[in-house]
Design a protein around this ligand. Structure first.
Ligand code: ADP
Length: 244
């Protein structure tokens, strides 16, 4: 069998459709579940794309166009209704929930618009969390988390809790947490959405640095300056690629 080359796409998404069933819970509550009568909504339809190591892919589209659905799939948080998604060569539909959790831990970093940090913990402990799940020893965790915070320019803020940090600093902590495991893929949902322009620019530089380190990056955004760092942009409308 051919060995994977370092330039092979890390993310491959082939003819992916994701549909949701609407009204299912309500019908159950009323004890009237008629599956065939439940309307389905197709959030994503027949989307194909690839992302290679070191490449930045932008995902653009208005609200409701399917960006979050696509990011959830690319982050192995969800599986497609049809089509295939492979991350580092593994088809996520073939994996159990536990195996998908392991794939996320080993290969994927995720950055959300609203940071999702634990407010009671200092920055260094927030960044170290994925390493706890990986079973890394306490002293190594602290060293690696500290190093990741230095990389995002927060070496002096390690003992601050999120409430003691600005929005831009919190997002840098979230990026350090996503990068601390050296993931193959970094996925970001509107990572600059809540930040002023100068702070947003600083965050974008961190994504470019991660791409220089060969991480494949997917950024969904409404914001053209954010998408300007992308090598390619996929445009979504009503769940379809309109640039393909
Ligand atoms: P975006 O991130 O671009 O705003 P989404 O991926 O959140 O778009 O949503 C795409 C479409 O799928 C929308 O019509 C949305 O209402 C629908 N949708 C998303 N999640 C669900 C769900 N869990 N159940 C039903 N419909 C959903």
């Amino acid at each position: 069998m051919a060995q994977p080359s370092p330039d092979d796409p890390v993310v491959r998404c082939r003819n992916v459709t994701r549909s949701y069933t609407r009204g299912q819970q309500r019908s159950r509550w009323l004890n009237r579940t008629h599956r065939s009568e439940q309307p389905t909504v197709t959030a994503l339809e027949d989307v194909s794309l690839e992302v290679s190591p070191g490449e930045i892919l932008g995902i653009k589209g208005p609200s409701g166009s399917g960006k979050s659905t696509l990011l959830h799939l690319l982050g192995a948080l969800d599986t497609p209704t049809s089509g295939t998604i492979s991350i580092t060569g593994q088809s996520i539909s073939d994996l159990s929930q536990n195996q998908r959790a392991r794939l996320r831990l080993d290969s994927i970093g995720i950055v959300f618009q609203r940071f999702h940090l634990l407010s009671a913990l200092p920055a260094v402990s927030n960044v170290a969390l994925p390493l706890v799940e990986r079973g890394v020893s306490k002293s190594k965790r602290r060293n690696r988390a500290s190093e990741a915070l230095h990389r995002v320019g927060l070496g002096e803020r390690q003992s601050h809790t999120p409430g003691e940090l600005s929005g831009g600093e919190q997002q840098r902590v979230a990026i350090a947490r996503a990068l601390v495991t050296s993931p193959d893929v970094l996925i970001a949902d509107e990572p600059t959405g809540e930040l002023d322009t100068a702070t947003g620019d600083r965050i974008l530089t961190l994504f470019e640095d991660a791409a220089d380190d060969d991480t494949a990056i997917v950024i969904a955004s409404h914001d053209d300056p954010t998408l300007a760092i992308a090598d390619r942009v996929v445009n979504l409308r009503d769940g379809n690629r309109i640039d393909a």
